[in-house]
Design a protein around this ligand. Structure first.
Ligand SMILES: [Zn+2]
Ligand SMILES: [Zn+2]
Length: 265
């Protein structure tokens, strides 16, 4: 598989995943021009995208889908629990919508959705595998549950949310108290320290690469996220760049291209 985050955070999310036969996007919260430019830089013609998978209905995850699917006739996949909301928000050919409530396949990719605790109508993460090569996308979650861990623990690479620093969140003057409580709550977003604890579990289960994702523009910084997480891991004898590679998903810039290949049996 070839995997690359195209954008991450409240101004828009989009991740590209490619197997031998399939090319998909997870979420599309960016403009048509932004996504097409990023795909072209990867050598991918946007008309080759087989599917856009939606995590949940918040605008930072879906606002680019209507235009993209209209221009390229791209099939859209989402959980059945948000079918009505999406049909109201994304005005495109209805035959492009595919609603799942369980595992499904797109060509040679096996997609396992899993429910995430988040303050939307319904939110999922995705475990994506091509044979024994496995990656997971796990953003927009208030806490990292045992169920989530069980599903994604075999992933070589995980895109995991490191949304906020609690002190910066509380000090940020432009959020009302109710919004801070929501972000900070069990169905909001994942803090740096809770991300670190999740990474600790994943490393013990064999994960070797984590991309810190959905980093808040107001209540976090890249340095703070990496510093907090690296300090915590080191205190548990997990050494960044030795036991785990930590990478960053940027707000408005293509991230690292990862290659995770199946061990052809
Ligand atoms: Zn989001
Ligand atoms: Zn959200």
């Amino acid at each position: 598989m070839r995997v690359c985050n195209l954008a991450s955070g409240s101004s828009g999310n989009c991740t590209y995943i490619e197997s031998e036969n399939a090319k998909i996007l997870i979420d599309n919260g960016k403009s048509l021009q932004y996504v097409c430019t990023a795909l072209t830089e990867l050598g991918v013609d946007p008309c080759q995208i087989d599917a856009i998978l939606i995590t949940h209905e918040h605008s930072d995850h879906i606002k680019g889908i209507e235009k993209f699917s209209r221009v390229y006739n791209t099939p859209i996949y989402a959980h059945v629990n948000i079918n009505e909301i999406l049909k109201n928000q994304i005005h495109t050919d209805e035959s492009l919508f595919n609603f799942f409530d369980n595992q499904f396949e797109i060509k040679d990719l096996v997609i396992t959705p899993f429910a995430l605790p988040h303050d939307s109508k319904f939110c999922v993460g995705y475990r994506v595998s091509e044979q024994d090569a496995v990656i997971s996308v796990c953003t927009d979650l208030g806490h990292f549950s045992e169920n989530t861990f069980e599903i994604i623990k075999s992933s070589a690479l995980v895109y995991l949310e490191a949304n906020y620093d609690p002190e910066m969140l509380m000090a940020y003057p432009n959020y009302p108290p109710f919004l801070k409580r929501r972000i900070n709550g069990p169905n909001g977003h994942l803090s740096n320290i809770n991300c670190a604890k999740a990474i600790e579990k994943l490393v013990h289960a064999g994960t070797r690469m984590v991309v810190l994702s959905h980093i808040s523009e107001h209540s976090n910084t890249t340095n703070l996220a990496v510093g907090t997480i690296a300090n915590y891991l080191e205190s548990k004898n997990i050494i960044p760049n030795v036991n785990i590679r930590l990478d960053i998903a940027h707000h408005e810039q293509r991230g690292t291209i990862f290659r995770i290949n199946p061990t052809k049996k």
